[in-house]
Design a protein around this ligand. Structure first.
Ligand SMILES: [Zn+2]
Ligand SMILES: [Zn+2]
Length: 106
């Protein structure tokens, strides 16, 4: 698991699993469960985080200031499931696409 977590490639194409914590309803203990990146993007955890980052960035792309088709981009996937605010940034779909194509932000 450890070496998989350091993987820096685009997770949307990989079978990478993200560890999330939840309380086991039966015994009340915190346990880890694993979901794919795609599934993660559908969770409440991500939804809340996404909204927080959009709000922090004023619902604007940090590169071009557009307020259309905003995405929240992971600057690193290393902390997926327990992201630091600094790991995430708001981008419009066009800057986001550019980033994932050429790997840098202009
Ligand atoms: Zn991205
Ligand atoms: Zn943009």
């Amino acid at each position: 698991m450890e070496e998989v977590q350091r993987q820096r490639t685009d997770l949307r194409q990989s079978s990478y699993k993200i560890a999330l914590k939840r309380i086991n309803p039966t015994d009340g203990h915190v346990e880890l469960y694993y979901i794919s990146y795609k599934e993660y993007l559908l969770t409440d955890v991500w939804d809340k985080l996404r909204k927080k980052i959009l709000q922090r960035d004023g619902h604007r792309c940090v590169i071009c200031n557009s307020n259309h088709h905003l995405h929240v981009h992971h600057r690193t996937y290393e902390n997926c499931g327990a992201e630091d605010d600094n790991d995430l940034v708001t981008l419009c779909s066009s800057c986001h696409k550019t980033f994932h194509r050429i790997g840098i932000l202009k």
